[in-house]
Design a protein around this ligand. Sequence first.
Ligand SMILES: CC(C)(COP(=O)(O)OP(=O)(O)OC[C@H]1O[C@@H](n2cnc3c(N)ncnc32)[C@H](O)[C@@H]1OP(=O)(O)O)[C@@H](O)C(=O)NCCC(=O)NCCS
Length: 182
Amino acid sequence: MNQAACAIRRINENEIDNVVNINRECLPENYSRFFFTQMYKAFPQYFLIAEDKGEIAGYIMARTELSPTFLKFIKKLHIISIAVLPKHRRRGIATGLMETVEERAVKQGVEKIFLEVRVTNYPAIQLYKKLGYKITNILKGYYRDGEDAYLMEKEINPEKNLDHAMDARQTEIKEPTNAYLV
Ligand SMILES: CC(C)(COP(=O)(O)OP(=O)(O)OC[C@H]1O[C@@H](n2cnc3c(N)ncnc32)[C@H](O)[C@@H]1OP(=O)(O)O)[C@@H](O)C(=O)NCCC(=O)NCCS
């Protein structure tokens, strides 16, 4: 990424409208402003923007969730939404946003990161593959318009999980994210 021009940082509440607009410009189905605000309040450490000369060029929004396995619950990071404005693409901005939330998640004891992506969204699938995500399932009719999603996952090396400070409030999430599409 062009580090000199672009900074990645936490979003401020008064910048949520900018992100709502980027989401509407870049994606065919959109979350409500209410949902973005809820995410900002619950998971501010995973709601980041990339800023280029005062302009918000892209954002990422993610949250932690607890998932049952045979023996225990594991903490996962769910990438809910990421987008970069067309004029800022192919500069490594999405890569920088993904890597920044991944670093934060590793420090908080996350063992797996996952996301859903439209099966036709070639740029995003390429991005995730490049970052080490693997397609692990097809979610039939996941999107409102009926398109299928790939479930893509990345295992995190538990050796790197240094700080397991858990915030229970931030891990008790059960509702599916597509319930908030407008
Ligand atoms: C997907 C998206 C976030 C990528 O943002 P970006 O900042 O351009 O991505 P990067 O510059 O970090 O690209 C990293 C890698 O992803 C892949 N990639 C990104 N865009 C690509 C494209 N149009 N075609 C093929 N591969 C692409 C490449 O491997 C790229 O590495 P390279 O440039 O060295 O070849 C952006 O295209 C976007 O906002 N799309 C619309 C919203 C969206 O689909 N979000 C994901 C929903 S799941």
